[in-house]
Ligand binder design. Sequence first.
Ligand code: NOJ
Length: 735
Amino acid sequence: MKKEKLLKLLNQMTLEEKVGQLIQIADIDTTTGPVKKLNLSSEMLFHVGSILNVVGSEKIRKIQKEYLSRNRLKIPLLFMADIINGYRTVFPIPIAQGCSWNPKVVYDCTKVSIQEAEAAGTNVNFSPMVDLVRDSRWGRVMESIGGEDPYLGKVFAKTMIEAYQGKDISKLGNAAACVKHFAAYGAVEGGRDYNTVDMSEREFRQYYLPAYQAAIEKGAEMIMTSFNTINGIPATVNSWLLRKVLREELGFQGVVISDYSAIEETIAHGVSKDKKEAAYKAIMAGVDIDMMSNVYANHLKELVEEGKVPERILDESVWRVLTLKNKLGLFENPYGNSNKEREMKILKSKKNLQIARETTSETFVLLKNEKEVLPLKKNNKIALIGPYADNIAILGSWSMFSDKSKILTLKEVLESRIGCENVLYAKGSEILKQKEINEILEAEGIDSIQMENEEAKEKEYLKEAVEKAKQADIIILAIGEHYRQSGEACSRANIEISEIQRNLLKELTKLNKKIITILFNGRPLVLKEVEEKSDALLEVWFPGTEGANAILDVILGDVNPSGKLTMSFPQATGQCPIYYNHYNTGRPHINNVRYVSRYQDIPTESYYPFGYGLSYSKFEYSDLKISSNHIKEDLPITVSISVKNNSKIAGKEVIQLYIQDLVGSCVRPVKELKGFKKEYFEPWEEKEITFQITIDMLKFWNEKLEYKAESGEFKVFVGPNSKDTKECRFEFINS
Ligand code: NOJ
């Protein structure tokens, strides 16, 4: 539709109709909970602008058809959904995808997810989640594509927007992306979900803002506000954040949506005295759509009529929503490109599973491989033990639309690969004790389950596991977090593997057999005990539909692992938040010195550093060279290093570039990732890897909050992770 026609439409709209466009509900069905709870009038129901988490081409077609038959101006509904790491085919959780350090992997996972969802009728996807995360007590680290690093966040934010939106959001297989959660949601105090965020503007701009900014620059159509406060004001009613930073500075012109009932929650925050004030504050701050609270529905019209909210403000928001609908081509074709036939064809595609299998194995991180116990020699008799050995709950918490029938378990795949006679399976233990599961269920309002003879059962499981393990050459132990322990509202104050699973491992260690531990989890865990008792440790996160195939591809040596961590793993929960790019202190840690910044009871550094991950190949780094010791505005310099695969196994390596600004007008991080290259190496191959260093890489938010590079000396570090690097120096003189 032409702009003039769209403007004409806006001018024809009544106040109610305008307000309706700014309301999102979870279903149009008046008999279900959400609509009842919101208490919307039936008139308002057929003005609402968008629907949340209703999927499926036929269902959407039916709703859209009925809606349009009752909507005066025939303005189509928008269907928005949470397709976080896959629709029917589920990919590894976002934190895992980031660990591939491979934009192509992230692109492929994202593209297939949106192709499936769009064919099933979704117009807008509530992804990517680009919140920077440093505290693994927070359950939502699983959703963060860039982990603790702003540079990775930027790279993957752009990749995901490209995959979701393509060049034209109305085209087959594309949809609009909604970047979330604006802003700094990952910095909630104590890692407790929905909690306060209080940070300096410099910190915010330096670390947290860049990934959202990158997504906006790439053309993201929507932004979702976060639940947290920022420096005393909830993000959802924060004019500085939404009007000044987002719209004025970043130039965002798309639609801003609140998170689920977040506008109403500003009352609980204690910054709005009632729903009317909440509506006033949110619209004035620039929130276009109210997701799942009725404050806009019940108060916006009145606020405009009273002259408190200028109609221009309302019109601006409505205009943005109409523009998005228009860009999606919904006025011409309200059903988008989705139809049953196309949906079935795409959802049945074998290619999607194949892409899942290939991408998934690249997200695993090999944390330990003592005496090269992996890959396994194929003639081993294997004891496959643990609560994840024969379990399909490996998709993570955002998998409500998944096709569970496609998932195979480790046991099924291993048996088919090496023959049933070579696999000795035992469950060994549950993931959690019933009491622990009940605590989680109760918080979700689900009745707790009473388990009889739990102790006897535990003993029985353990006994069976030990018996099976005795008959085997080697043990594969599949343990981890319950999928309900990671995700929204899944903060944990103790991030260890559960006691019953550690107990199982302890019993198995007594047999003196090699143990390969496979870890299923959504966040960095405290792994000291598990690591010490395992010969190999493979972090597979929640790997998705093709998880079992991909795991065995790696364990059996068909695929060489190449993932690297995007978050530091802590020594103990008390070390959180922990991140590699921290500031200098006046008393940096020195061994055997008392009055320095350290813990008395644990080391200062992380257990596994950012960027860490092993391979079956042996990569050796040597001969770091710099093209000049001076950098100038118009004369970038290059750094190169020689990397050799000193093994007979081909593999991929992520070569990482870090920079440290040695003296600044304000404290500078000890190092910051500025580039990386993921390269494939043939056996024994040696390559020179080169990075260009530009002035842009040296810029930061200085003393006066200006984004500039300062003259002085810089260190460059290159290596396989943030810790084991080779270094050299250069100088920048600002002329
Ligand atoms: C709440 C979550 O915080 C957000 O990420 C999600 O997109 C919305 N609910 C909608 O389901």
